[in-house]
Ligand binder design. Structure first.
Ligand code: ARG
Length: 582
């Protein structure tokens, strides 16, 4: 049940009936239940439109919507707000239905499922995954899980940066400073070392640099020997990446890196030339937005038309670029996967790249929706968090995860958490990894956020451990009462205000999930879970559960059971695990 859409519809119909206009109800949840559960704010904009008194309009809307079975009362306040209070019987009925819907907890699937490729994580193999890739990995995974849950067909693709200019350097560097045999489980660290040495050398040594370019040209021309070496490099780094993904419980359906498209790149350039979207300039093949705007007018986004720098498709030395392979990639996603949509979870600093490449895909009439899901920077002490410490030492992602786990363990000891000795290590793992993920996902992804261990690993406030703890509390109730939560069927009846507040919160889960899907904002789910945990806490303080009797006991157990399921499901959508006891 999507209450917000439902009430919006009720409001809209009332407006239509009263004033014969089609106008949104402008529905908002209220901050404070004192004023009701929702507010309809249509009267003010409508008053302007119709030239009437907003309070009178509000009164007319209120009278009509009050007739709906979902609405107990509708009252006009202030200049014309309509404050809505939901009918508790209606509320209880819908929460009871969600209790019985173990498969979906009452969350409806989307009306028209799509095939969606989510391009996320996508690190460059010559470099360690950096914090930006960690964000892409965590946010991308949450988006994949959520889209899938509402019924889309989702293909998670790790579009590795495994092809491009830097790989000439890597090939000569391998010869000079390392061997394939020396690549071990931490091969990304080793590759980065080699790459650094090689690029420093190339800066000083022109012959070395020329050698690197020649190697790249041979690789890109499909030379067998280089390709073989190349494959070994990619395979080695993939092994080391997979260890991190496994620890994070993240899987991909595809690993189609840039190199997967290298054979298609010349064709992309040809096509763009042939269509007249690109032209030669000083040996390079470029797209000039100003020129295209003159030709195609409004088909070119305004801000691009002003863009002075061309979008380069092939360099003067014949090398293809990130832009070239992104176009080949989207062609493939359309032709091979029949994707309706391709979503890119990539640092917001790449937004110009995506704007340009999306505009080009548009011109090429590739029939696919393209969305850049950008995100901000992780800060620490007011500066971007580095994957190197002050001494230049690389902070690996693996070491970051280790630290989270050992800090979680220390906090658990301080909190005196109730976990049997033999489970401590596992609980610390779940809490530590979950804390890192939740800290990221609970932020609006567009903003930068501060990496703060203490806030992150906290059993109070809006943090992963607090929510995992709330889940464990719900489970403890069933353990204590020796009740099988799966046998709980309700019905829910609402008596105490805390029961009503919890029921309403539970019913809002669907709206949170669907809003998160629409906007690719996982923090909307996190916000919901936090509010749910607090509503549960108030409920549990005010309403005895195991000590209650008869139908009240049944109802309260049902509220607890649905809370438990929703916390676990919601955290699961964020890629965060739970434990039964802590
Ligand atoms: N490898 C790129 C980077 O590290 C990210 C790739 C994102 N995906 C894409 N199709 N452009 O910056």
């Amino acid at each position: 049940m999507l209450i917000e859409s439902y009430l919006e519809q009720v409001g809209r119909a009332a407006i239509e009936a009263a004033f014969d206009v089609d106008h949104p109800a402008v529905l908002r949840p209220t901050q404070d239940r004192k004023h009701g559960d929702y507010q309809m704010n249509a009267a003010m904009p409508l008053a302007k439109k119709l030239g009437k008194n907003p309070r009178e309009l509000g009164t007319a809307i209120a009278e009509r919507v009050a007739e709906d079975a979902a609405i107990a009362s509708a009252e006009v306040a202030g200049p014309g707000f309509v404050n809505i209070r939901l009918d508790e019987t209606w509320l209880a009925e819908h929460v009871s239905a969600a209790v019985e819907d173990a498969a979906r907890d009452g969350v409806p699937p989307v009306g028209s499922p799509e095939t969606i490729v989510v391009d996320f994580s996508s690190p460059n193999i010559a470099k360690q995954m950096h914090v930006g890739h960690l964000r892409s990995t965590i946010i991308g995974d949450a988006i994949v899980r959520t889209l899938r849950f509402v019924g889309h067909k989702v293909i998670g693709d790790n579009h590795l940066g495994d092809w491009g200019t830097q790989y000439g350097l890597l090939l000569v560097g391998m010869r000079e400073f390392g061997t394939v045999e020396a690549l071990d489980a931490d091969s990304i660290v080793e590759l980065e070392r080699i790459y650094k040495l090689a690029s420093e050398r190339a800066g000083k040594d022109e012959a070395f640099a020329a050698d690197a370019r020649a190697e790249l040209a041979k690789l890109q021309a499909g030379d067998e020997e280089r390709l073989e070496l190349w494959k070994q490099l990619v395979a080695a780094s993939r092994t080391s990446l997979e260890r991190v993904y496994e620890r994070l419980d993240i899987r991909f359906d595809e690993w189609l890196g840039e190199s997967a498209y290298h054979e298609a790149l010349p064709g992309v350039v040809e096509l763009l030339l042939q269509k007249g979207f690109a032209r030669e300039d000083d040996g390079a093949i470029c797209v000039f937005w100003g020129e295209l705007a003159d030709k195609y007018g409004d088909a070119i986004p305004k801000d691009l038309a002003k863009q002075k720098q061309p979008f380069i498709i092939r360099k003067r030395d014949g090398a293809f670029l990130y832009s070239t392979s992104d176009i080949a990639t989207v062609q493939y996603r359309k032709s091979h996967f029949h994707a309706d949509r391709s979503v890119y979870v990539v640092d917001a600093r790449q937004s110009l790249h995506f704007k340009q490449f999306f505009a080009l895909a548009d011109l090429l009439e590739i029939d696919i929706a393209l969305q850049h899901v950008g995100f901000g920077v992780v800060m620490r002490g007011g500066k971007p968090l580095k994957t190197r410490d002050t001494s230049g030492q690389v902070i690996t992602l693996a070491s970051l995860l280790d630290e989270a786990i050992s800090r979680a363990r220390a906090r658990m000891d301080e909190e005196g958490i109730d976990v049997p000795e033999e489970d401590l290590a596992e609980v610390a793992r779940v809490v530590g990894i979950g804390a890192i993920k939740y800290a990221d996902l609970s932020q609006n992804r567009s903003s930068d956020y501060e990496f703060d261990w203490d806030k992150m690993i906290s059993f109070k406030g809006n943090a992963g451990p607090y929510l995992q703890y709330a889940y464990a509390r719900t489970r403890a109730i069933f353990r204590k009462g020796e009740i099988d939560a799966e046998q709980i069927a309700g019905p829910v009846i609402i008596g105490e205000p805390a029961e009503g507040a919890l029921a309403l919160r539970l019913l809002r889960f669907s709206d949170a999930v669907h809003s998160a899907v629409k906007t690719h904002h996982p923090h909307l789910i996190a916000d919901h879970l936090y509010a749910l945990a607090r509503a549960f806490s108030s409920f549990y303080e005010a309403c005895p559960v195991l000590k209650a009797e008869g139908e009240v006991r049944v109802s309260r157990l049902a509220l607890v059971a649905l809370t438990a399921r929703q916390l676990r499901r919601g955290l699961g959508l964020l890629g965060i695990e739970t434990v039964e006891r802590m």
